[in-house]
Ligand binder design. Structure first.
Ligand SMILES: C[S@@+](CC[C@H](N)C(=O)[O-])C[C@H]1O[C@@H](n2cnc3c(N)ncnc32)[C@H](O)[C@@H]1O
Length: 374
């Protein structure tokens, strides 16, 4: 079994550990901004195809003590890179973390690259070229407290970029964060789902992918591991086939999004089309002030503007009050989840939350507030 690490947004470590266990991972341990786990190649491909929360799945190659540049160079050279890389394949090195003497990630990455290509030169008289955008092999090096961990990035582009969202609005949620919020809420597909501030539709679309059991990786052009020397095309094709066969045709309960902005609704419709669920998800243009509950009960989700990326105007306080009034007066019997990155604005909602969960939206600390409306 190999050792893997799924990277995730801060605060979602326990949640991603649960997701990995459900996908069949062994020895799952939540860590900082991710979770480690063990498994075989089938698991690696399955997690890349099915996991909704992680950014990347790293395959650990080596861990060694590393105080300085020389230790780094020597440690990298103990790995036989010919197992992973031909001189005609391209590479990229991504470095994170630092120590006293290795405190520039760019320099660390350069040093790693130097150690690899010098080994190739010695072995083959030829070396790989660096290709930062779309390399055949992406190497991840992490320095933490004088220990260097070397991994291969099996995902390639971050998994949160599902590939179904060609158009985005002003402040879209990352798909993986939307999926995490839905997971945190314990929403079940049998409950109606409604986002009255849906923007480009990320929350309703992620809810529909979950409800229809559509693997989020099906929309990707390719995974990082597809250009590895040990790539097993038959295995990936089998997993993709199985994923397609396990999709459900119909939603058990309606999923709906609305927004006041015509362009946002056009984007949401384009995104729903691109992930093949337009015939099952509803999007309509509507101002929050006109919104009424489309059923007696259900789960309402939204991430209202909070001034960080969308206009910092004083009207936002009134807008949050309106949101609170709409929830209180028109959504009795529902449960609402509101993501906010601004505590003062959140107070303007004027409702007592029954639960608050800290999450990060990028680098912005936010809270997912739960309101039981009765
Ligand atoms: C932070 S964005 C939501 C982003 C969305 N979750 C996504 O992933 O694309 C907030 C949304 O609220 C919408 N909005 C602002 N004021 C509104 C109002 N009065 N009625 C309805 N929608 C409104 C904006 O058009 C914007 O799309």
């Amino acid at each position: 079994m190999k050792q893997y690490f799924a990277t995730v947004a801060r605060g979602l470590e326990t949640l991603v550990a649960q997701e990995l266990e459900q996908l069949g991972a062994h020895e799952v341990e939540p860590g900082f901004c991710g979770a480690s786990f063990k498994g075989d190649r089938t698991l690696l491909y399955r997690v890349n195809l099915w996991a909704r929360l992680p950014f990347r799945i790293l395959v650990k190659l080596q861990e060694f003590p590393c105080l300085d540049t020389q230790d780094l160079y020597n440690g990298i050279q103990t790995i036989d890179w010919s197992e992973y890389l031909n001189p005609d394949s391209t590479l990229a090195v991504n470095a994170t973390g630092k120590s006293d003497r290795l405190n520039h990630t760019h320099f660390t990455a350069l040093q790693v690259k130097k150690a690899i290509v010098e080994q190739q030169q010695e072995q083959f008289g030829d070396r790989s070229n660096v290709e930062t955008q779309d390399p055949d092999l992406r190497i991840n090096v992490h320095i933490d407290r004088d220990v260097c961990t070397v991994s291969l990035d099996s995902s390639g582009n971050s998994l949160h970029r599902r590939g179904y969202r060609p158009v985005m609005g002003a402040a879209p949620l990352k798909e993986s964060l939307a999926a995490a919020l839905i997971q945190l809420s314990s929403w079940q597909p049998e409950q109606m789902f409604y986002d009255p501030l849906c923007g480009s539709g990320t929350l309703p679309l992620e809810a529909s992918l979950k409800a229809l059991n559509i693997a989020p990786g099906l929309f990707r052009e390719r995974f990082g591991f597809e250009t590895w020397l040990d790539f097993d095309l038959t295995l990936l094709e089998e997993l993709i086939e199985a994923a397609k066969n396990s999709q459900k045709d119909a939603l058990p309960a309606p999923i709906w999004g609305s927004d006041k902005d015509e362009k946002a609704i056009e984007n949401a419709i384009a995104n729903a089309t691109s992930c093949g669920v337009l015939d099952r998800v509803w999007f309509s243009q509507m101002d929050l002030s006109e919104v009424v509950a489309p059923a007696d009960s259900g789960v309402l989700f939204c991430n209202p503007p909070y001034g960080e990326r969308l206009g910092r105007d004083s009207d936002l306080g009134a807008f949050y009050k309106l949101l609170g009034d709409v929830l209180k007066q028109r959504f009795k019997g529902w449960t609402a989840f509101v993501l906010s990155g601004n505590k003062e604005l959140a107070l303007c909602i004027g409702l007592k939350s029954s639960q608050r969960t800290a999450v990060f939206n990028g680098t912005l600390p936010c809270q997912l507030m739960k309101y039981d409306l009765y």
